[in-house]
Design a protein around this ligand. Structure first.
Ligand SMILES: [Zn+2]
Length: 110
C-alpha cells in the first residue's frame, strides 16, 4: 500500500477501494469518435480531511482494445458501475458518453 500525504491537509490518505477499473478513452482523430482503448485496475485513496480522491497503484497488465477479451471485459465493467473514465482529450467526454450504451450492450466492435 503506497503512502500518500495530502500536502494541503498534512494528513495521510487512506485506502478507500481496491480494484477500481480505469477505462482510458482515446481520441478518435479526424472524423472518428473517441473510443475505449485500455482498461486497468487501480486503487482509490482519499484524504480524510478535504475528501480529495486519487487513483494509483495501477496493475501491471491492462487489457487493450485489440485483445479478444477486451469488449467482454468492457461490457462487464460498464455494467458493474465500478469504473472511472480517463480521457486522452477532455473535450471528447460528451461524444463518448453519447455512445457509452453501445459499448455496454456489446454491440460495438471495440
Ligand atoms: Zn486533504
Amino acid at each position: 500500500m503506497p503512502r500518500i500525504v495530502c500536502e494541503n491537509c498534512e494528513r495521510e490518505y487512506t485506502g478507500e477501494k481496491i480494484g477500481v477499473n480505469v477505462i482510458d478513452i482515446a481520441t478518435g482523430g479526424d472524423g472518428f469518435d473517441p473510443y475505449p482503448y485500455r482498461i486497468t485496475s487501480a486503487d482509490r485513496y482519499r484524504c480524510t480531511i478535504c475528501r480529495h480522491v486519487i487513483l494509483c497503484g495501477f496493475a501491471d497488465q491492462p487489457t487493450y482494445h485489440h485483445e479478444k477479451r477486451f469488449s467482454e471485459r468492457l461490457r462487464r465493467v460498464l455494467k458493474s458501475g465500478n469504473y472511472v473514465l480517463s480521457y486522452e482529450r477532455h473535450s471528447d467526454k460528451r461524444a463518448f458518453l453519447m455512445r457509452i450504451n453501445e459499448y455496454m450492450e456489446g454491440g460495438n466492435n471495440a
